[in-house]
Each structure stands twice: as structure tokens, then as C-alpha cells.
Design a protein around this ligand. Structure first.
Ligand SMILES: C[S@@+](CC[C@H](N)C(=O)[O-])C[C@H]1O[C@@H](n2cnc3c(N)ncnc32)[C@H](O)[C@@H]1O
Length: 260
């Protein structure tokens, strides 16, 4: 994982908002995840790589009495969850600080693409699941938002930065289900295709800037201000054409598996 990216939750919150507001068809990834993995009121839930805690907040409503726990390697994420009055611990999916057979549901949403040794991580998820518990993983399809990805890569290179090879995640909807089947002996894959649609420049620029870290330009790098300015200029130029709308492909999968 790029260690600094989650030092604050700000950029993650931008990306979450963009997907909520600019997807066609409309896409609430947390709601789709729960549609494929309905969690009953008494079920205990672990959310690994819990980020801002918005998903857990949906599960921690007063009518539930099952245990809900967030876990994240980022201190900011843990703080963001505990600020909501929800329990969270700092930890690494490769070595969960949790006992065996503890949860009815283990979620790993949009985080396995950050993980160094996915099979090890999956074995840890299985270890902490109760027998017959459900594991749920969400990852993006390969080649997410290809137009924007190309624009960012070109702009970054023009400023002398080498795009890191892991700007394209190694783990995606194509290869994760096979890894899950290896560990759990079963997997069910649900694909959620769509597009990102921007009728104006500002949210697209904000989204592009929120991704720069992955392209080798963190906010504290010397090239950051110039790259942001160049991206903004390039995006504004496109929107000068009357009626221009930016449409880019997105998609992810929600995979579920049962611990048997
Ligand atoms: C893209 S964010 C996703 C957050 C949230 N699950 C969501 O879908 O909005 C990835 C999260 O995984 C966390 N993370 C990355 N590597 C991790 C690891 N090895 N163990 C636990 N959490 C990790 C990051 O700190 C970050 O909060």
C-alpha cells in the first residue's frame, strides 16, 4: 500500500462522493454490497480496511444488536470510525489481531487491491469467520476509468514523474474470485458495471487530483501544484466544447464466499 495515501480520509471521501454523485446508472456501492450480502440484525460484522466508517455506520443503527467492528491499518481511518461511536482497531489484514471463529460476516471492500499477499490475507479472513460465516470482497474491474487514467498518466509524465507500475492494481475482478475459491472452496461473483459521468469540469478535476498519489504525485511532492494546474487546464479545455460530457467506464464485483 502507498502508506501515506490514507494518512487522512480526505481523498478517499472525495472518491466516495464522486462515485455516489456521478455514476450512471446511479451507484451506491455500500448499498449494492449489502444487497448481495444481507446482514441480519443479530449478525456480528468485521469490516477490514474500513476507511471513513460510512459502511459501518449503516450497520450500527440502534435496531441492530450484533457486534460491529472496523479494522484499518490507517490511524486516521480508525479515528474516523471511533468518532462515529463505532468500535475500530488498528491492524493489518495479513495478521489480524482477532481470535478465530469470531464473526458472522467479514467484509474487505475496495482494499484487497492494496494488499501485498492476497492469499495470506484471505486465509486470515477465513480464520476469523465463524464456521458458515460469509466473506464479502469488493474490488474494481481492471482498467477503471480508462480515459481519465490516460489523461493523468500523460500529465504526470509530462512533469517528469514516472508512473509507478502499481498505479494499475494487480488484484481486480478478473483474478480475485480464483484466489477466493482457492482459500474458501467456493465463491459467488456479482458484477456491477457502469459509467462515471461528469457534465462539468470541477468534480472531474477534484476526482483526478484525489487520484494523483497513485500516479506517483503525492500532495507533498514538488510537482504536485504544477500537475494539478495542468490537469485542471486540460479538463477545462474539454468542457469548452458546447454540450461536452465526460463519460468513462467503471465497474466492480462483489464476491461472496462461505466458510465451511
Ligand atoms: C480504498 S480504501 C477503502 C475504504 C473502504 N473500505 C471503502 O470501500 O470506502 C482502502 C482502505 O484499506 C486500508 N488498508 C490498506 N492496506 C491495509 C491492510 N494491509 N490492512 C488493513 N487495512 C488496510 C486503507 O488504510 C484504507 O482505509
Amino acid at each position: 500500500m502507498k502508506a501515506d495515501e490514507y494518512r487522512t480520509m480526505d481523498r478517499l471521501a472525495v472518491r466516495q462522493r464522486v462515485h455516489l454523485l456521478h455514476s450512471d446508472p446511479p451507484d451506491d456501492v455500500e448499498a449494492s454490497t449489502l444487497a448481495y450480502a444481507p446482514v441480519s440484525g443479530n449478525a456480528s460484522v468485521l469490516d477490514i480496511g474500513c476507511g471513513t466508517g460510512s459502511f459501518l455506520a449503516r450497520l450500527a443503527r440502534p435496531q441492530r444488536n450484533g457486534r460491529v467492528l472496523g479494522l484499518d491499518i490507517s490511524e486516521a481511518a480508525v479515528g474516523s470510525v471511533t468518532d462515529r461511536g463505532i468500535h475500530a482497531v488498528r491492524g493489518d489484514i495479513h495478521r489480524l489481531p482477532l481470535r478465530d471463529d469470531a464473526f458472522d460476516f467479514v467484509f474487505a471492500r475496495h482494499m484487497l487491491d492494496h494488499v501485498r499477499a492476497v492469499p495470506d490475507a484471505l486465509r486470515e479472513c477465513r480464520r476469523v469467520l465463524k464456521p458458515s460465516g460469509t466473506f464479502v470482497a469488493v474490488v474494481n474491474d481492471a482498467g477503471q476509468a480508462p480515459l481519465l487514467s490516460r489523461l493523468i498518466a500523460r500529465t504526470v509524465r509530462a512533469h517528469g514523474v514516472t508512473v509507478p507500475p502499481d498505479a494499475r492494481p494487480e488484484t481486480d475482478s478478473g483474478n480475485l474470485p480464483g484466489m477466493i475459491r482457492e482459500v474458501f472452496g467456493n465463491v459467488r461473483v456479482n458484477s456491477v458495471p457502469g459509467s462515471l459521468v461528469f457534465p462539468e469540469a470541477a468534480p472531474l478535476t477534484e476526482f483526478a487530483v484525489s487520484l494523483l498519489h497513485f500516479y506517483g504525485v503525492p500532495a507533498d511532492s514538488p510537482q504536485y501544484p504544477a500537475v494539478c494546474a495542468a490537469l485542471s487546464q486540460e479538463i477545462d479545455r474539454g468542457f469548452q466544447q458546447p454540450g461536452f460530457v465526460w463519460r468513462d467506464r467503471k465497474g466492480y464485483s462483489v464476491s461472496t464466499a462461505t466458510a465451511r
